[in-house]
Design a protein around this ligand. Sequence first.
Ligand code: NI
Length: 174
Amino acid sequence: MAILSVLLPPAPPLKAKAKPVDKVDDDIRRLIDDMLETMYAAPGIGLAANQVGVLKRVIVLDIARSEEPPTPLALINPEVVWASEETAVFNEGCLSVPEHYADVERPAEVKVRFLDRKGVRQEIHAKGLLSTCIQHEMDHLEGVLFVDHLSALKRNMILRKLSKQRKHQAESAL
Ligand code: NI
């Protein structure tokens, strides 16, 4: 397993649409394991393949609290087959937008169909944080960041601060 580097804007894969996985093989399972290791190391509760520069429809997540046993989940080719009319607002963050958080409104519950790491078709009915997290990660597969749900004013403010942070970090690393 390996820890991969997580891309930040304006890296092109963050804006690109990921392609469906046509065969769940050892390469995909290795990608999943590397993504999980990268997510746990960050630490984060979700990661999409786009964020590590791989344009395949793969997301991983684990919403267990730190004192609980880990519950890693990997979804391949996830598709929302039902979304509730009721919505929920969560204060979201993202490993590709470090240190910035904002409220995002999304359907409160979703049913998602996907392939598991054995290539077996599964369906999950997600509520609460799990629902938000799956939708956030699935957005990445479409090239969408959580800041894209905000007003242009808020989004640009966050992206500007992020690029200043990065410049500062790059300078202090010299
Ligand atoms: Ni994210």
